[in-house]
Design a protein around this ligand. Structure first.
Ligand SMILES: Cc1cc2nc3c(=O)[nH]c(=O)nc-3n(C[C@H](O)[C@H](O)[C@H](O)COP(=O)(O)OP(=O)(O)OC[C@H]3O[C@@H](n4cnc5c(N)ncnc54)[C@H](O)[C@@H]3O)c2cc1C
Length: 298
């Protein structure tokens, strides 16, 4: 029994389901045996379907599943449901406390994409230019998944395995992302990006999460977007900074090492050489902002 028929495929009809529980959605995906597509905001999927680049016998719309929606902040962990939209996340208090998320949500495309596009859709599509992925990577987020056999949690860095490729199994649903709570007194986060055209995809982006102790960098994670097949950690920058002073000069010196961990390509957005330079600049800006938000001096 379907909830309707959709002809988004440009003439070829497909079954359309709008389940209200995770279990029912997983069952639909399982029954379709790889021929069903999950639809959340539809901002990426539907244009691909209309262009004939994605083919499906059925669509499982997850937007009516209450369990997948919203943000839950507990003492030690924060969880964001898969169907939480960019606009909802930007409005939530969490986007002040983990400001890199708010920074990212506010630069995604335009109001329509922010109103409809979801956290789960961004994670499941695995496009390294998507703005939310670098902040989630810097926050050491994990992806939560469900299928008819149960649930699992995978670190985002392991989930994103390549360009538009993830560790998600055919019948799995992304149910949300989760990450450890930051110390509000000592931690700061930020995301900076540059796009060749206003409201366009990022040419490069950088997210930083910094925890300070007595003016020194106790912990730091930096992740870059759009400069490799997946969002990548800037390990050389992190190693340079950790344990040292959180000063402008230290940040500037460490940021010069950003190109060591990235692998950009020449494309219409810019040359690989330009993106390496840009990434170093964006890493420096995101670090300075994160240190300031953590209560440090830069
Ligand atoms: C004009 C335009 C401009 C854009 N500009 C930007 C930008 O500047 N920055 C940026 O970051 N992004 C940008 N985007 C992309 C946007 O972020 C994504 O379209 C959005 O995040 C995807 O979310 P969605 O809910 O619309 O996913 P959908 O389009 O519904 O789905 C995307 C993919 O994920 C799968 N999927 C969705 N939800 C789940 C789930 N819960 N479990 C398993 N699989 C799932 C779908 O099957 C599909 O393969 C832009 C998009 C458009 C159309």
């Amino acid at each position: 029994m379907t909830d309707g028929r959709a002809d988004a495929t440009g003439g070829t009809e497909a079954d359309y389901y709008r389940p209200e529980t995770v279990a029912a959605a997983c069952r639909r995906l399982h029954e379709a045996d790889g021929r069903a597509r999950v639809v959340a905001g539809g901002q990426t999927l539907m244009p691909l379907v209309r262009q004939g680049l994605v083919d499906a016998d059925a669509f499982v719309d997850v937007s009516a599943i209450p369990e997948l929606s919203g943000v839950a902040v507990a003492d030690d962990r924060t969880s964001i449901g898969a169907t939480t939209t960019y606009a909802e996340l930007a409005r939530h208090d969490l986007s002040d406390r983990a400001a890199a998320l708010g920074d990212a949500c506010s630069v995604v495309a335009d109001r329509q994409v922010r109103a409809l596009g979801t956290v789960g859709g961004a994670v499941a599509h695995g496009d390294p230019t998507f703005d939310l992925l670098a902040p989630l990577c810097a926050l050491a987020a994990s992806v939560e998944l469900a299928d008819p056999d149960g649930r699992r949690r995978v670190p985002l860095g392991e989930f994103l395995v390549g360009h538009l490729r993830t560790d998600r199994r055919e019948n799995e649903l992304v149910t949300g992302v989760t990450f450890d709570r930051l110390d509000p007194e000592r931690a700061g986060t930020a995301y900076e990006r540059h796009a060749a055209v206003e409201s366009g995809r990022a040419t490069a982006g950088a997210a930083a999460v910094v925890t300070l102790a007595d003016g020194a960098v106790e912990r730091v994670r930096v992740a870059c977007s759009a400069v490799a097949d997946t969002p990548v950690r800037a390990h050389a920058v992190e190693n340079d900074l950790v344990g040292g002073p959180a000063t402008d000069a230290a940040v500037a010196t460490a940021s010069e090492r950003a190109p060591e961990d990235i692998d950009p390509i020449d494309d219409e957005a810019g040359s690989a050489a330009y993106k390496r330079r840009l990434a170093a600049t964006l890493v420096e800006r995101s670090l300075l902002s994160a240190v300031r938000r953590a209560g440090g001096s830069p």
